[in-house]
Design a binder for this molecule. Structure first.
Ligand code: GLU
Length: 382
């Protein structure tokens, strides 16, 4: 198994980020597995200069080590485009069949590229990757309001245009009209087992909808980049917040589509025990362990956000917080010091947390964690 840290370098890590990183590290290290570091700096406007270096320093200081060289998404644009080109060879009908029979060869002689595709030619077929000319306002106006993780199911406007009038779509592409690219979904239910939340089922069409894989500003979407990277890097142990449960179903779909389209992982797995390449077509479709963690809310029930500066490592360390205090607090949030609703946090090192770690302990209480600011301040002596 290979785990991963996947931080977005948009600011200093806060307690919520450390909690997720600790979960990923414990899951990998408990079974003696390797863990990679991937800096998710694909969304360049959100990247804060120097934040990636500070994160690496913070992880190191906390005792959360990783294997191999860090991977930067910003250096992998060619790979994401190649993956999109491969997906662009498929139609939604082909993928529906292939998603259930992964491993069959596909003919990748054609390329969708960034402009018009031959798969747009025939009315009645939907290319798996199609251009979308809708603005955010168009989508909002046409969508039913969504709750929870703010997923807006795309109403399919441009998908209908392609099915009904492919020539018009080709003309718009030829004129250079601004567009994003979406991956088409169908009425398939994706099921997976989550270590914390158990059996999960999401209907692609109803719960997720056709999703942007490349934005109209040319930036590859989180969903595409993370799926390509996890496949390419041989990641088999995924730990992150429960707000990504629904995304996980979409990522399983994109992963299966990539495999069906003939995507070949390029990086050898950096195993802690052996430096030999273990990436084969079989390992690309390996069983993956998924664990989505309860979120951390403040007393008002709001999710922790980067703007809550009092919780960031810069403020905490400036007040003299030690690595053991921070790890201890996150281990407590994970449930490794008993049920967090009935215990108080105690400092501990990452190695000590490893002795206490099990998914049984985490899943013993799956409610979101409530962070009481007064208790937090008392613990850190702020
Ligand atoms: N980069 C994402 C974050 O910082 C994590 C995404 C993932 O784990 O897939 O929230």
């Amino acid at each position: 198994m290979t785990g991963r840290f996947a931080p977005t370098p948009s600011g200093r890590m806060h307690i919520g980020n450390v909690y997720a990183m600790l979960g990923a590290w414990l899951s990998a290290r408990k079974s003696g597995d390797s863990i990679r570091l991937r800096i998710e700096d694909i969304d360049e406007p959100r990247v804060v200069p120097g934040a990636a270096e500070t994160m690496m320093h913070d992880l190191d200081w906390l005792g959360l080590d990783w294997d191999g060289k860090p991977v930067f998404q910003s250096a992998r644009h060619t790979l994401y485009q190649e993956a999109l080109d491969l997906l662009g060879n498929l139609s939604i009908d082909e993928i529906s069949d292939k998603v259930s029979t992964i491993g069959i060869d596909s003919d990748n002689s054609d390329s969708y590229g960034t402009a018009a595709s031959d798969t747009i030619n025939s009315p009645g077929t939907t290319p798996l990757i199609y251009p979308c000319f809708c603005s955010r306002a168009d989508i909002r106006a046409a969508s039913a309001p969504q709750e929870g993780d703010r997923f807006t199911v795309y109403p399919g406007t441009c998908r209908h245009h392609i099915a009904n009038d492919p020539q018009h779509v080709k003309q718009r592409l030829a004129k250079g009209d601004r567009h994003s690219l979406r991956i088409a979904t169908d009425d398939t239910t994706i099921s997976f087992h989550d270590e914390v939340f158990g059996s999960q089922h999401y209907n692609l069409a109803q719960d997720i909808g056709d999703t942007i894989v490349r934005r109209s500003d040319g930036i590859y979407s989180y969903q595409l980049a993370v799926t390509v990277d996890d496949l390419d890097m041989g990641i088999t142990d995924i730990v992150r917040g429960r707000d990504l449960l629904r995304s996980n179903a979409l990522q399983i779909y994109i992963r299966k589509a990539l495999i069906a389209a003939g995507f070949q992982p390029s990086e050898p797995v950096q195993s802690a025990k052996s430096s030999q390449s273990t990436n084969t077509v079989d390992s690309a479709d390996a069983t993956i362990s998924y664990a989505h963690l309860p979120l951390i809310d403040n007393a008002a029930g709001q999710r922790l956000a980067k703007r809550e500066r009092s919780l960031d490592l810069g403020i905490l360390t400036a007040h003299g917080a030690t690595a053991q205090q921070i790890i201890g607090y996150c281990a407590w949030l994970l449930g490794l010091q008993g049920d967090p609703e009935h215990t108080k946090p105690q400092p501990m090192s990452a190695t000590e947390a490893l002795c206490e770690f099990s998914w049984d302990a985490v899943r013993a209480n799956t409610s979101d964690r409530m962070l009481d600011q007064a208790e937090f301040n008392a613990y850190f002596e702020l």
